[in-house]
Ligand binder design. Sequence first.
Ligand code: FAD
Length: 327
Amino acid sequence: MATSTMRDSLKQLARRSIGETSFDAPLRNHSWWGIGGPADLLVQPTSLEQLCTLIKSLHEFQLPHLFIGDGSNLLFDDVGVRGVVVKLGRNFSSYEISGRKITAQSGVFVPRLIRNIGRAGLTGLEHAIGIPGTLGGLVLMNGGSLRQGIGTHVQQVHAINSMGEMIRFDRDSCQFSYRKSALQNAGLVIARVDLQCSTGDPVRIQQRMRDILRSRRKKFPRRHPNCGSVFLSDPKNYDQFGPPGAIIERCGLKTLRIGDAMIPQQHANFIVNLGRASSADVLSLVRTVRQDVFDKTGFLLNCEVRYVQPDGQQVPAHEACDDLQLT
Ligand SMILES: Cc1cc2nc3c(=O)[nH]c(=O)nc-3n(C[C@H](O)[C@H](O)[C@H](O)COP(=O)(O)OP(=O)(O)OC[C@H]3O[C@@H](n4cnc5c(N)ncnc54)[C@H](O)[C@@H]3O)c2cc1C
């Protein structure tokens, strides 16, 4: 529960022109894991002006806050977030394709954007067709599949700093590397992304997307809520150990269950919510898997998924349960 001073500031904030607001919003409705207590205030801006007003106001009121996209890579705590959660999603998702260039607001849902880029006869981003998040989240994480990342096709990122000022980053200054970018932990919100693709045959591009989706459907669990791959692949050790799913499977950890969080039979790098999993269930399972894999192989897995602490700060999920016996 927020303090009464914070509560007053939140009420004043919600009266400004900042977009859709909702008090005590259950975060489980904004995470693909279906886990998470209430955010004191959830705000969904619908324009750049509203976003800038919101950021300046957050600074003015000194309110703890965090920015999210579709919550497909986030574990919220069961107690929720004391402060403001700003969601850039469906309300902030217009885009334009012109020639080989795509200009998009960060809240656009990636599969929708990629499908329409393909229909326009532009190629290069097919690998991202099945990634269920927003463009902002994808760029921040340099997400991708089939060992590719979105960063390769980024031309420019338009981000806003904590003072409400727009800053432009070209691809080099984003410093994209495997699931990393300089935009992470920089206190920035991504507002707009400019992408550039090559031209190709729309029929072939769409066929490739269908193939990718078919293969993902076979590989990944779909029955229970999950946040995709939990542990990061380590390019340095890939040849020796293989991907995290293979390592975890070799350690015999498929179907390991803590509370309602379980490593599914279908893919060992996922954790599914069987119904009422808590954030503590997921973190305990992460900890147990890391410890067991380390004991059996000497390999230390790190998380791709980020845990959101009650104060709104984020850390890779393994850092929230980092009391392993590493001897
Ligand atoms: C079934 C499934 C399959 C998946 N497969 C893949 C895959 O193949 N490859 C892959 O890379 N990922 C995959 N993921 C993970 C996830 O979809 C990606 O990381 C995605 O890009 C996250 O986007 P999001 O909008 O959901 O971000 P969120 O989960 O909401 O946030 C992720 C991070 O981005 C930040 N963020 C979000 N939007 C903004 C913004 N506009 N400005 C600043 N910061 C922002 C958040 O603060 C957070 O740190 C999968 C997830 C699921 C559920």
